[in-house]
Each structure stands twice: as structure tokens, then as C-alpha cells.
Ligand binder design. Structure first.
Ligand code: GLN
Length: 518
């Protein structure tokens, strides 16, 4: 494999800042240099492939590296630049895709044996939009099987490791994409977020992760887990890069009936607007139940926003505490229905047996891992006659109460602030034997999936163990622009506290940054 270019790998040190690998170019900067013909897409892609070859054997972020396709796409893009054609906003930018996003002719496994050998006949809408924008798909990343999990340990081919400490998990279920971006192998990744699977691993790996308002990004070609909760979201090393990626993938898609009939939110334009006068509610329920080092980071983030001119107040939204229980009825119920399609006939694996029913059973017994089977059983039980109203119906009523509670909070506040995950990255194996402990990893992220509201995580400081902490910004439906505005202010404040320079300094510094320096 040819080497070259500046894409470096992160050093395996304990300092959270180190996750922001030295010398890694942002997506914005790559696209600019490629568009202007100052750097070829081929050299960018070769550098990413070299970084993956050097670093991924110890990380296991990738399930499939699409080297040939990536090189061919990069050559075609360079050709377009030379011919004077506009190459798109993500010109030459390498992107890693969670392996539950359909890629035409390229393996799409969901890290499950049941999809072994399946190659989708079409691209997901987000993949088509990435290609149209000039991005280069370099591979498919590891995940918990069918996105069910919080650590990437439920993958049928073994876990991904944390980019800064190989004895720890990167979070999940989009752990492969988060680790690949965190380690600096690629500037951008896509994940899916049903209960926090973009935001939680992004927080643990020290990168930015975002879940859009339900319906803002098309789910066409995302392998369904829980359809009323699933959204695809960007993972990036900066708020500006996440904004760029969201603007490319969002917007109405007639192929997804739940896609909102509106254009992609414009989130880049307000990143430098500051937070002067914005009302920020620090949500008790998203702070109190987290580890002391995590809650300290949230409080510092709130202080910095106040210093930057925001009106900051504590707020209690008690219904948030219904979230986890409601989710673990609704998500498995929808999953049990969605996963009925893996019958040994239509996709991937088939284990032959005497008759069709026996073949279905043998295929599903061999093809699904233990967590997926647990969810199918829980969901089937919750939907069964006689229990439906007591479990599924009650969970839906709790979901409605939660939505109403958020709506009341958003009458008083523009955004809410909280932790993204209750702890920093935990040890591989630590929560495997205790499903409830694993489920608790998403206690702060699940509420926004149930409500359909947007939420995002920004790296802000580190825990007592030196590992990254993510602070979560939650916003009302379709208020992505405001949410990114606050996230960008937090990013500046975190950089000021760390004494680090930003690659893309804001044009207007007024009211942020400097005075927050410790
Ligand atoms: N960890 C949660 C679960 O296991 C969320 C997963 C997700 O968002 N895909 O269901």
C-alpha cells in the first residue's frame, strides 16, 4: 500500500487532548485543498488507507476496507477537478460508514452472522448523497450486532478497541466509526443512533457526534432496528466538520416515508454566533446520575456558557427517568418485528433443514447472537396478546409524557445541557455479564430518541482517568441550527480550557473563549 500525506495516527496516551491526533486534516480543509487542486483526492485516500493499514489491526474499527473502490473514486474526482467541474462540498474527504448502512455491491453485515455474504443491490440515500458530494467511502465499520449494544462487544467478529486505551471499549453501537474518527484514520464517519449509538461512542472517543431530529435524515438503506427511533448521524473531529456532513446527508427523501418534507437544516452559518442571550437549562436528570468527574465537566461547560453571555439555570425534567424503561420495551418490540425478515430465504445465511420451518429456526439460531435473541424475545413478549397494553402500551404512554415534559422545558429554554454518557470509556468485558449495567450506558441519550428531538455531544474536558468526556446539547425539534451554535461555543470553551488552538478559529470571538481560560 502506498504511503504519504499527513493523516497521522493518535498516540496511545492518557491525555484526552491526545485523542485529537496531531496532523489530521479536517474535512473542511481537505475539501478546500482538493477543490482548489492543491492536493489530489488520491493522495488523501492513500494517506487514509495507509493509516488504516498501520493502525487498524490494533483497533479493529473496520470490518471491510474498500481500498480499490476508494482509489477509483478518488481518481475520478481528481479527473473532475482537472476538467474544471465542481467536485462537491466533501471533495476527496474519506468517510467511514457504519456497517448497517447499505452499500451497493459491498458487504453489509450489521456485524451479524445472519447477513454473511449479503451484498446490497443499492446504496442507502446517505451514501448516494455522500458520493454526489465528492466524499470517498473508504470502508465499513464495526458495530454491536444490528446496533444493539453500547460497547461494540456484541459484534459477531469481536470488539473494537478504544483509540487511546486498547483495554477499553470505544462505546457503541457505532464504536467502529467513532474509533476510526477518534484515532484520526478518517475525518468523518457515519453512525446510527436509536438510543444513543452515535452520541455515546463519540463522547467516549473524544469526538463530536450528532443525532438529527427524527425525519431530517433519510433512513432509506439503513438496516432497521427500531424504526420509530432510528436516525443516521455524523461523527467528526470538530463541530464545523459535523455541520458540513449533516448538510450533505440531510433533506427530504421520497424513498423514506418518514422523511420530513423540508430542505436540509443550514447549521454551518451560525457556528460563530456565540450564545449571548440564549437560555440554557442544565438538566438535573442528565447530571445527577453520572460519575462525579463527568458531572464536573457538565458544570464547567455550563459556567463557560454563562461567561459567554448565556442565561443558565438548572431545570428538572423528571419524566426523563421514564426513558430507559420505555425504550427497553419499545425498541425490542420494533426490533422483534423488523428482524423477522431474516428467515434464511431473503438475505445472507441459510442453515438447511428438513422443512421450511426447521430451516427458519436453524438459520436464526445459528445466525443471531445472544443480545439480538434477548431483544427479539423481550419484544415478542411485550407485544404478545394479554401483555401488549401492560408493557408496550404503557411504554408508549410514558413516551408521550416525556415528549410533553420536553415541550414544557423548551418553553423556558432554547437548549438543554447534560452529560452524554454517565461514565468515561469502561473496560472491555466490564459490563458484558450484566445487561442492565450495559443498558444504563445510554440513560442520558435515550430520552431524545423517544422524543424525536435533536441532540449532540461535544468533547469537553476529561475524567479522572484522563479519558474524554462528552457534554450533550439537546434542542427542540428542528432546532439543529441553534444546537450547533451552542455546540460550537462549547468547543471553543473546551479549547480555551485546554489551552489549545482551533484549526478553524471563529471569525467573531466576542464573548467566548479567552475569559474562560483557567
Ligand atoms: N445501546 C442502545 C441499545 O442497545 C442504543 C443502541 C443504538 O442507538 N443503536 O439499544
Amino acid at each position: 500500500m502506498t504511503r504519504g500525506g499527513p493523516t497521522g495516527a493518535a498516540g496511545a496516551t492518557g491525555a484526552a487532548g491526545a485523542a485529537r491526533a496531531e496532523g489530521v486534516q479536517s474535512a473542511l480543509s481537505i475539501a478546500g485543498t482538493v477543490r482548489r487542486g492543491e492536493r489530489t483526492a488520491v493522495s488523501v485516500v492513500e494517506a487514509a488507507l495507509a493509516a488504516i493499514a498501520a493502525r487498524d489491526p490494533g483497533l479493529h474499527a473496520f470490518l471491510h476496507v474498500a481500498a480499490d473502490e476508494a482509489r477509483a473514486a478518488a481518481e475520478a474526482l481528481d479527473e473532475a477537478v482537472r476538467a474544471g467541474n465542481a467536485p462537491g462540498p466533501l471533495a476527496g474527504v474519506p468517510v467511514a460508514l457504519k456497517d448497517n448502512l447499505c452499500t451497493r455491491g459491498m458487504p453489509t453485515t450489521c456485524a451479524s452472522r445472519i447477513l454473511e455474504g449479503w451484498r446490497p443491490p443499492y446504496d442507502a440515500t446517505v451514501v448516494t448523497r455522500l458520493r454526489d458530494a465528492g466524499a470517498i467511502v473508504v470502508g465499513k465499520t464495526n458495530l454491536d450486532e444490528f446496533a444493539m449494544g453500547s460497547s461494540t462487544e456484541n459484534s459477531c467478529v469481536g470488539p473494537t478497541r478504544h483509540p487511546m486505551d486498547p483495554s477499553r471499549v470505544p462505546g457503541g453501537s457505532s464504536g467502529g466509526s467513532a474509533a476510526a474518527v477518534g484515532a484520526g484514520l478518517v475525518p468523518l464517519g457515519l453512525g446510527s443512533d436509536t438510543g444513543g449509538s452515535v452520541r455515546q461512542p463519540a463522547a467516549l472517543c473524544g469526538v463530536v457526534g450528532m443525532k438529527p431530529t427524527y425525519g431530517v435524515v433519510s433512513r432509506y438503506g439503513l438496516v432497521a432496528f427500531a424504526s420509530s427511533l432510528d436516525q443516521i448521524g455524523p461523527i467528526a473531529r470538530s463541530v464545523a466538520d459535523a455541520a458540513l456532513l449533516l448538510e450533505v446527508i440531510a433533506g427530504n427523501d421520497p424513498l423514506d416515508s418518514t422523511s420530513l418534507d423540508r430542505p436540509a437544516p443550514q447549521v454551518s452559518r451560525s457556528l460563530d454566533a456565540g450564545v449571548d442571550g440564549l437560555r440554557v437549562g442544565v438538566c438535573d436528570e442528565l447530571v445527577d446520575d453520572t460519575a462525579p468527574d463527568v458531572s464536573r465537566c457538565v458544570r464547567e461547560a455550563a459556567e463557560d456558557l454563562a461567561k459567554a453571555g448565556a442565561f443558565v439555570e438548572e431545570v428538572s425534567v423528571p419524566e426523563i427517568r421514564f426513558g430507559l424503561s420505555a425504550y427497553y420495551l419499545i425498541a425490542p418490540a420494533e426490533a422483534s418485528s423488523n428482524l423477522a425478515r431474516y428467515d434464511g430465504v431473503r438475505y445472507g445465511l441459510r442453515v438447511d433443514a428438513a422443512d421450511v420451518a426447521a430451516m427458519n429456526t436453524a438459520t436464526r439460531t445459528a445466525g443471531f447472537g445472544p443480545e439480538v435473541k434477548r431483544r427479539i424475545m423481550l419484544g415478542t413478549y411485550a407485544l404478545s396478546a394479554g401483555y401488549y397494553d401492560a408493557y408496550y402500551g404503557k411504554a408508549q404512554r410514558a413516551r408521550t409524557l416525556l415528549i410533553q415534559a420536553f415541550d414544557r422545558a423548551y418553553r423556558r429554554f432554547d437548549v438543554l445541557l447534560g452529560a452524554t454518557a454517565p461514565t468515561t470509556a469502561f473496560k472491555i468485558g466490564e459490563r458484558v455479564a450484566d445487561p442492565l449495567a450495559m443498558y444504563m450506558s445510554d440513560v442520558c441519550t435515550i430520552p431524545s430518541n423517544l422524543s424525536g428531538h435533536p441532540a449532540m455531544t461535544v468533547p469537553f474536558g476529561s475524567g479522572d482517568d484522563g479519558l474524554p468526556v462528552g457534554v450533550q446539547v439537546l434542542a427542540p425539534a428542528l432546532e439543529e441550527e441553534r444546537m450547533f451554535q451552542v455546540a460550537a461555543a462549547l468547543e471553543r470553551a473546551a479549547a480555551a480550557r485546554a489551552g489549545a488552538a482551533l484549526e478553524h478559529p471563529p471569525a467573531a470571538r466576542a464573548g467566548t473563549g479567552e475569559d474562560a481560560r483557567r
